[in-house]
Each structure stands twice: as C-alpha cells, then as structure tokens.
Design a protein around this ligand. Sequence first.
Ligand SMILES: NC(=O)c1ccc[n+]([C@@H]2O[C@H](COP(=O)([O-])OP(=O)(O)OC[C@H]3O[C@@H](n4cnc5c(N)ncnc54)[C@H](OP(=O)(O)O)[C@@H]3O)[C@@H](O)[C@H]2O)c1
Length: 264
Amino acid sequence: MKIAIIGAGNLGLAIAKGVLHTNGATTMYLTKRNTSEIKDFEKYGNVTVTSDNQEAVKRSDILVFAVQPGHFAAILEDVKDLLTENHVIISTITGFSIVKMEEIIGSNQYIIRSMPNTAISVGNSMTCLCSNQLGKKRIDLAKAIFNRMGHTLEIPEEQMQAATVICASGIAFWMRLIRATTQGAIQLGFDAKEAQELAMHTCNGAASLLIDSGSHPEEEIDRVTTPKGCTIEGLNEMEHQGLSSSLIRGIVTSFEKISQIRKG
Ligand SMILES: NC(=O)c1ccc[n+]([C@@H]2O[C@H](COP(=O)([O-])OP(=O)(O)OC[C@H]3O[C@@H](n4cnc5c(N)ncnc54)[C@H](OP(=O)(O)O)[C@@H]3O)[C@@H](O)[C@H]2O)c1
C-alpha cells in the first residue's frame, strides 16, 4: 500500500501512526507546508516528509486528505491533473461533500469520505465512511485502513452529519458522563484521581461488555439490578431526573445546530 497523507496535522499524524505501527504501508508520504516538526517520521525508513503535494500524489495510490476545510479545494485543484484511475481518494474533511469533490476532480475517481473521532489518536476511533458510486469498489480498503485505528461503519452520505453528532461530538458527551460519575465517586469518599480511574474503567468495561457479547444494554442492566436493590433505586432516580431524556434531547439539539450550520 503506497499511501500519502496530505495535511499531516493532528488527524493526519494519528492516521499515519496507526498505519505505520501496524506495518500497513510499503511507502508513506506525509505532507504539510512547514515540515520541520514532523521530520522525525523519516526514521521509519519508508516515510518521506515533504511540502510537495504533487510529488506525494504521483508516488502514492491511496491519498488521505486531512487539511482544514478552507484549504481543501485549492489542494485538490493543484493535484487533480495528476490523478489516475488507480488513485483512491479518502477525505477526512468535515462538511466537504462528495459532490463538491466531484466538481473539482470528476466523478470518475474512487472517492471516499471518512468521519473519525479524536480517539483515533489512541487507536480507538469510531469512524463512519461513505463513498461515491465508483468508491464503493474501494470501501473495503478504506475500512481496512481505519479498522487499524478502531471500528468502522459504512453509512449513506446523508447520515454523515448525524454521525458527526453521535461519534465526534459524542466524545464530549461521554466525557461529561464520566466526569459526573467521577464527581459522584468523590462525594462517596474517593480522591479525585481514584474517582476518575473508577469511572473511566467502568465506562470502558460497560462498552466492552456490549461489544464482546453483542447483547442489548438492558440485558446487562438486568444482570446487575437485584429486585429492591441499590442499583435499580439509583437508576430509577436518574431516570426520574431525566437522564435518558436529557441525553436524547441534547443529541437532537446538536443535530439541529449542525444542520443549521451546514445550511448557513
Ligand atoms: N481532529 C479530528 O479528530 C477530526 C475528526 C474528524 C474530522 N477532522 C477533519 O480533519 C481535518 C484536519 O483536522 P486536524 O485537526 O488534523 O487539523 P490540523 O491539525 O490543522 O491539520 C491540518 C494540517 O494541514 C496542513 N496543511 C495546510 N495547508 C496545506 C497544504 N497546502 N498542503 C499540505 N498540508 C497543508 C497543516 O500544516 P501546515 O500549516 O504546516 O501546512 C496542518 O498540519 C479537518 O478538515 C477536520 O474537519 C478532524
């Protein structure tokens, strides 16, 4: 796999590390305008660090674009004449539609959009993917790349905004739940560090239970709620105070906001 990461910033470098640490590239080009801070990556041997996007495109088959949205169109214009039928174009750019990409480079290219979240930096991102018609033939390749850094799901492009709320904003929502649990644990007598340790590892364990067993959350809840016990009493009090309802309303509010931003 000859891969180029065009825009080796936060996300681009997280993807680069995920691919390199799993020996996923025969060659890798990393590009940005100011290359001094990422020169170290050349220690991997098969990595070339450069500010020359055209060179990177010519020497690679898979092009992952991870620049800021405002830079993307100009970069695509700059490299479009170098694209061949072999190139697979993977964009991570939020809000830049497939149609907009096709307007610049044409529809006769494999085009894939990805929406990872910040947990990609620790190799555990939930990444949603969609593609143009031709790109469907390369979606498994894109999945294989992002599966090295977590879990992937192919969705229709119309759901990318909803996926942004659940998966990208979702990181913030889950952080708040972990923080609230931490605050509760401190009130019960744990010091702050221990409280966070208990909260985050319990959260991790709860997610792992569902991922490994494939069971529904209520099945796992049934396992830990004794009749007349403390868990059901606490859980019901949380629901009386609007736990599920406030989460659902928050998610819908975020979605309404992202939909307004896209229209504006
Ligand atoms: N961070 C996330 O978790 C996340 C999640 C989902 C989607 N995204 C999307 O991913 C994109 C990148 O996000 P980020 O957080 O990684 O941004 P970032 O850290 O600002 O990285 C963008 C990189 O692009 C480089 N760049 C700018 N102009 C360039 C050019 N002409 N040629 C090559 N490289 C160029 C910049 O370096 P120089 O200034 O040195 O050129 C910078 O390192 C954004 O569009 C964002 O919407 C990010």
